[in-house]
Design a protein around this ligand. Structure first.
Ligand code: HEC
Length: 128
């Protein structure tokens, strides 16, 4: 009656130990890259949170809403986050409850992928 207990004990040991190992591995992964936002997620959040309604789908800004260009952002991530939390003018504030820092980092990462539009002097048709 003794030997069948050994595999069962081993089995339980492995399963009991696994959940403790995985979160540690995951925590180490995230602490290695804290500021790297997820651009794909950020693109969806930019729409879901309604940023696009005033800033346009590419963050290009819009004369009708007075919203400035935010793609690519001219602010640092910290500046970006604090502006969204406490805008100084027309923009409605988004508290940390409404949009988490994590989500803002993803939105920021998405906006960073948007190229600056070319300057007028760099467009041949406008310089003939
Ligand atoms: C109701 C319209 C509206 C919505 C929705 C909106 N914004 Fe704005 N945003 C503005 C306007 C207008 C400005 C120009 C400054 C001002 O009036 O506050 C602005 C400015 C900004 C700026 C400052 C840009 C700079 O370089 O100074 C950032 C960053 C920004 N918005 C990000 C966001 C993000 C991220 C969201 C979504 C979570 C969002 N906005 C949603 C209207 C809006």
């Amino acid at each position: 009656m003794r030997w069948p207990d050994l595999p069962v004990g081993l089995f339980l040991f492995v399963f009991a130990a696994t959940p403790w190992v995985l979160p540690v591995a995951r925590a180490q992964q995230t602490s290695d890259a804290p500021a790297a936002g997820n651009t794909e997620k950020g693109k969806k959040l930019f729409v879901n949170y309604g940023c696009y309604e005033c800033h346009g789908r590419q963050g290009q800004g819009a004369a009708q809403t007075g919203a400035t260009r935010v793609g690519p952002p001219q602010l640092s991530l910290e500046g970006f986050q604090s502006y969204v939390r406490k805008p100084t003018n027309q923009m409605p504030p988004y508290t940390a409850k409404a949009v988490s820092d994590r989500d803002l980092a993803d939105i920021y990462a998405f906006l960073k992928t948007i190229p600056m539009p070319p300057k007028g002097k760099d467009i041949p048709l406008l310089n003939q």
